[in-house]
Design a protein around this ligand. Structure first.
Ligand code: HEC
Length: 213
């Protein structure tokens, strides 16, 4: 079933419309040098990959996309949160001494916490509509596609395969201004590359989605 829900209404900051920080080269590398000595794969929180981070820890989700203030990850590296020590546990002033790295992690969460730099094709940016993030990506079996509607109007979000065939229409409706999320469950479809295309106002925005089973 397709699930559609309002993520947040209100002013859409231009910085939310693209994901410019690359998780693997910019964020994972920080975890590799500071965190995985303790948060490796053997039990408990693992910070060895995007998927492991997004799978969460003992306190549930560590990252709330677009909302660093409410993300445990950001709290744990900024201060002593209510549920344990400041991180990295063996060097608690590390991020005081390296504010650029701290800010990078916060910015990454606030721009949507996607694994990859978001691909927005076909627009200089952002007219009235845009796909802002898809996560996880690659995914199995479901991913969430986030898009924004700057004014209001009709929009449809469709999935195509690489041969250009329509696979599924996720949404075709009238939208008020706001940020929306649609979940695509691809459990009935084969592995491969797909395109999520947002059509609105005669414009289209396309994002690549990789289903890996
Ligand atoms: C020296 C070992 C050590 C290092 C290095 C370390 N941690 Fe931790 N971490 C722990 C321990 C032990 C806990 C659980 C107890 C606590 O919260 O104090 C924990 C808990 C956490 C939690 C909460 C866990 C949960 O399951 O919800 C997060 C988030 C976290 N660490 C993130 C990080 C990040 C990010 C880094 C690197 C910047 C890091 N840690 C580096 C030992 C470490």
């Amino acid at each position: 079933m397709t699930k559609l829900f309002l993520f947040c209404a209100g002013v859409i900051l231009p910085s939310l419309l693209t994901a410019q920080i690359d998780y693997n080269s910019q964020i994972q590398s920080i975890f590799n040098s500071l965190c995985i000595s303790c948060h490796g794969s053997s039990g408990g929180l693992s910070l060895t990959s995007y998927d492991n981070l997004m799978a969460g820890g003992n306190h549930g989700d560590l990252v709330v996309p677009f909302d660093a203030d409410n993300s445990i990850l950001a709290q744990k590296i900024q201060s002593n949160p209510p549920f344990g020590s400041r991180m990295p546990k063996n060097n608690q002033s590390y991020f005081d001494n390296n504010p650029d790295e701290l800010q990078l992690i916060i910015d990454w969460i606030n721009e949507g916490a996607s694994e990859f730099v978001a691909v927005i094709v076909g627009a200089e940016l952002p007219g009235e509509f845009a796909i802002t993030a898809c996560y996880p990506n690659p995914f199995n079996p479901s991913t969430t596609i986030r898009f924004s509607v700057e004014t209001h109007g009709y929009a449809s979000l469709q999935i195509y395969d690489t041969a250009g065939r329509l696979v599924e229409t996720l949404v075709n409706d009238r939208f008020e201004r706001g940020e929306y999320e649609v979940e695509w469950n691809a459990s009935l479809h084969p592995s491969g590359l797909y395109f999520a295309r947002l059509l609105a106002d005669g414009m289209s925005f396309t994002a690549k989605l990789l289903l890996l089973k």
